[in-house]
Design a binder for this molecule. Sequence first.
Ligand code: PHE
Length: 473
Amino acid sequence: MVERETWTSRSGFILAAVGSAVGLGNIWRFPWMTAENGGAAFLLFYLIIIVGVGIPGLLVEHVIGRRSNSNPFGALKSLSGSDYWGYVGILAVFASLVLLSFYSVVGGWIIRYFIDSFTGAYLSNPVEHFQAINFGTSAVIFHLIFLAMTAAIVYSGVRKGIEKATKIMIPVIFVLLILLAFWAATLTGAGDGYAFYLSLDFAALRANWLDILLSAGGQALFTLSLGVGSMITYASYIGDDRSLPADGTIIAGLNTFVGVLTGFVVFPILFSSLGEAGSQGPGALFIGIASAFNALPLGSLIAIVFFGIVLIAALSSSISMLEIPVAYLADEHDVKRERGTTVLAGIIFVTGSVTALYPNIFDFVAGTLVDLLLTFGLFAFCIFVAWVLGRDAIEEFRKGTRYSTGLANSWLVLVGTVLPVFLLFTLLAGIASLLGVSVPAFGPLASNQVIAAGAVVLVVVVVSIVRSDKTLV
Ligand code: PHE
């Protein structure tokens, strides 16, 4: 048996998990989603989803990981005693490879931009530059470099690699991002940027509530690294003395803080130099921001710092993706970490090169496929925890805490009912749009619908607290 490591300290686990969570999802997608979907109104809505779906989902994975001390496959199989659940776990391991195949390509773009910031290569022609490097040989080469950096950290182990690296990376990200936010506040036009970012537009939210609900749900999973078993794997290295609910709340809180803060950097920069928010989507970071740097005092220095932060954030996430299959090979097939890491990096080099060469495949993988895999993954983990683990999950949740069963019970009821329904709905909507089936339009959101939905959740929570001596199964 290959020996299993553990984190050296509580902060080791928290920083590694924050590292997994803080990544391209926060810096690349989150500020844009907020700005486009109603600003502060969306932010409020998003925070509710993080608290209602994200944190309970995070605790689902942490409970499975610590209970089993195993990778997603071993965890589901050993805790249930059933091969079928093992297959579900294997799907998560597979999903982590798919995820890294596209993430590493974007990581490669960032290395390229980081390097080019020193020469200012893209500053005057951001659109052509992005189109020149996003797919093709250059993308393959930089994907390889990003993957090699990821593999080097994972290769060195849980303590000497992941924990040591994230202990440096996370404070660096926080400090630099805060400094950048202060600097951005001094720019002329910063106020317009804030106004765009934080406008309170409930009408936009109400009109597109369904789309926004679905994308905010997807974003909550992606940003908290849920659905592929990163958090299961990281939690498999912690001890029984830690409080999972406390740690989970800290992790989700710090992750949201980074997302919100990034908006305070990005929008003042865009508005002060371009006078508008610029292009959206994947190009936002690479075209919009990059062209903004051209017009700013100290632009190239700021560009180096900015892309440096994004690179560190992307790396601290990608290591958590690679750790899943490495743990799987070590736990299940006795493959040493060094060997497993090398073999897996070889495989991802090939699969990632495919996404780096074919834009259509990239779009499919980065969009639909990853969304479906993550949603299905978390759905299955929720069902597993609530309906298979049941009482054991409550026990695991409460270890290391002083909470009575009330909180644990409401959590379990939530993850056994509200979460699966929400995730299944997201999953079906995703499949429908993949198949091009148009779903009948839901009208604009009325306040009585919100009140009704809130009331249902409240009843579920209250009933579960009242019946706190009983569990679901
Ligand atoms: N949370 C990471 C980000 O925001 C992405 C990620 C997803 C990492 C799933 C691990 C697992 O970039």
